[in-house]
Structure formats: structure tokens, C-alpha cells
Design a protein around this ligand. Sequence first.
Ligand SMILES: *Cc1c(COP(=O)(O)O)cnc(C)c1O
Length: 493
Amino acid sequence: MLYKSTRGKGEAVNSANAIVRGIAEDGGLFIPTSIPKINFDCNALSKMNYRELAYFVMKEFFTDFTEEELKNCINKAYDNKFDTDEITPVNKIGNDFFLDLHHGPTLAFKDVALSILPHLLTTSVKKLGLDKEILILTATSGDTGKAALEGFNNVDGIKIIVFYPVDGVSIVQKLQMVTHDGHNTHVVGIKGNFDDAQKAVKEIFTDEATRKQLDAKGFMFSSANSINIGRLIPQVVYYFYAYLDLFKKGEISKDEKINVVVPTGNFGNILAGYLAKYMGAPIDKLICASNENKVLYDFISTGTYDSNRDFFVTNSPSMDILVSSNLERLLYFISGENCETINALMSSLKNEGKYKVSEEMKAKLSDFYGGYATEEETCAAISEIYTDFKEIIDTHTAVAYSVYNKYKKATKDGTKAVILSTASPFKFPKSVMEAIDKKYAGISELELIKEIKKLGNYNIPAGIKDMDLRAVVHNTVCDKTEIKKSVTDYLGI
Ligand SMILES: *Cc1c(COP(=O)(O)O)cnc(C)c1O
């Protein structure tokens, strides 16, 4: 299995190279030269545990890893840092299925991929015989940051810098990051939004002068964002896991198709679902749920992607994104792997902030259904689930739940669906509790954590217990134009 750039320049490389580089040199994203087809045997596959299934799926993509290398990465990642051995359990609430992706150390779905990426990366570095120190630069809309800090914490040969929008994350998210204490970790607040941070990081990556400057000092860049295939591929696994879990419990019959509903921002999670579908998982519709930053909804409905619009800070901040990086990979597939088309669309995006795809490409978006939920609808979904079932879902999951209900109403589609639950309610206490009852307005987030525990009869997850007692170790805040300087300052070069 080889990987090439969506924009067509450069040689195809093996997975170890693609993981180490993060992004292709021409600014494109690495993409497998073909999507591997598997023999989807429900009966056999449903006997596997998460780790076994992870190996079954990932070995198709990381063909240059030995069985021992890959299994080693999987075993180190999916251990007791998750609070359930199922890793990603399916939870039935009423008649709906929620795939709980938030049982890792930082309480968001990013943990599933970021707990294995550091191992894939260090294994790749070893395999390639590189004697460079790796510098990970990560832009975060809130959840990637802490998950990456946790995953890369004290990993030898790697330094990591996380950039987050100073005014765009929840207090719990911010505390998780600024109190993170590891000798190889650094956190910088950006006066700007996630798109600003992501753009600046991408520019540093592809800047030849900076690359050379770092190279001379013994560093090379890589990325922990979902542009890295080492993050994308591990996410494919849980789509299979969810399907097989429903099959095992007798909720669906053999090979019955299901829909999946994905709260979407950077389009990484849902793209993994698309890969699962084309590998052979019986998935019908991929329902793409957006919040009020509904650029993807508009794209799926009209074929025009237009980022020239107001940016809203919503109560589902990890989806507050106007430029969804991973969409470039989907465009590559639906253009018939036409790099010229991708270059034209991406330069239009860069110069005009928008692009329009051909009718032919638009027709191929039919795997997807786009929907969005307003702030009010998101809050109503949380309140409804609490009132009816005494369960508390987080704001991102609520966006998906709300869009799913609108989808059912609009299409009358009775296909069973799995809603991806991407974060724990403990991560967004203020938004979640105010949605349940206005009386919680004005109470501090840290107090509200205790209320969630009481109301839902849950345990407070270890990752955020006593968070307020931890010392703040990262105070750096910089302007969005100074991101590059903050990197060289930190490295002392
Ligand atoms: C990152 C994130 C998302 C969006 O996922 P993408 O892969 O960027 O589309 C949704 N929900 C939560 C809680 C997240 O952290």
C-alpha cells in the first residue's frame, strides 16, 4: 500500500514515510493509492475484540509494518488508559444507538487515534532510520490539543507544540491544556480562531526556509492533526466495531445496512466512515452533522464550498471550523482521483475562499446527507434526552442527535443508525447543564462537573478530577501572525 499526494506531485511513499511527513510537500494530503477491500464476514469478525479488529483493519493500510510492530502499537494504545476494555462501546438510549468514543484519557474521540499515533510515529522513525528529533505542531479547536499532549507526553525523540484559540475553547478544555506538564510539551494560545491556527501551522509545514532552518538544527516536522494518515486510519476501526456490536446484540441482521451520524468539523471522522464503507462495511448514508458553522451542509446541498462567511463561536466548539481540511481527500476520490481538479479547487479556495465542484462530482456526494443544528436545537436535544432517559449527552453529540431526527423526518428513512458520541458531557459542563435547566447559569464549570455526576449518576472521569488544583504551566499567548516565531523561540533557534 502506497500513499500519494492529493495534489499529484512527488513520489508515492509507504505508510511510515507518510506518517512521519504528516503532509505532502506540495501542500496536498496523503491518500492511499487505492481503498483496500476486505472480506466482511460478520460472524467471524464479531468474535474479535477491539484490538484484534484494529489489527485486522489497520494491517490493510500499514503494509510496511511487520505484524509485531503493528500489534505492539495497538497494544500500547488500547490499554487501560481507556476506562472500558471495549474501548468504544455502543450505548443504547431509547431506540437510538450511540457509539461512545469518549472513554479515553481526555474524554473526546480524538483519544482513539491520538493514543496510537505516537507509537506509529516512533515506529516509523525507527523503521526509516532517521536520526532527527520530531517536532509536532498541532492546531486545535479544543479537543485535539489535550489528546495530543497526552499521547505524546514524554515520548523520547519528539517535541510537541499545541496552538489553541484563546477565546474559543471551554474552560475545562483550556485547563486540561494549560495545566499539562510534560518535559517535551508546549502550549500556546492564539488570538484568532481555529482556522487561523490551522492555516498558520500548514504554512509553517510547507515553508521551505523554515524546514531547512529546522533541519540544520536536527529537527523535522510532523503533524498530529487529522491530515496525518496515522490519525485517519485508526478511526476507520470503530465504524466496523459499531456495526459488529449491533450485529452481535441481534439489533441488526447479517449484512443489513446502517446509517452513521457524525458530528463534523474538520471532516476527519466522517472520512474514516467513508473509507470503512468502501472497504466493505455495510454502511448506507453518512450523515454529516454541522453546527451553525454550516459550510459543509451548504456544500453537500449545493456543490459550492464557500468559507466567506461569519464565523460563529458555538456551544460545540470542536466543530467551529470553516475550512475542513479532510474534505480535500473526499474531493480527490469523487473527482476520479484527478489531481488537476484538486489543484484547481484548492487554489480557488486559497485565492477566493470558495470553489464549486462539477455536476458529476456533486452527484457522487450522494453517499452523504448534510444537516445542521442551531444552538437552540442543540440545547433542546440535550434537554430531551435528559428528560426522557435521564442520560446526559455532550453538545457535539447533541448536534448529531438533532440532525438525525431532522433527517428521519425529512426522508422517512427507517434504516437503523449509529450516532457517534464524540465527547463526554463532563467536558462541556456549562453548555450541557444550562441546556438541561436555566437555573445552572452563573455557576462555575468546575461546580457543574459535580452536578453532572449527581444528575446522571456517573463517576467523574479520572482525566478531569481535581483539575482546578493543578498548576498552570503554560501562559504563552501570541498573535496569529507570530505563530512561526513562537516555534523558533520555544526551540531556541
Ligand atoms: C474534533 C471533534 C469533532 C469533529 O471531528 P472532525 O474529525 O474534525 O470532523 C466533533 N466532536 C468532538 C467532540 C471533537 O473533539
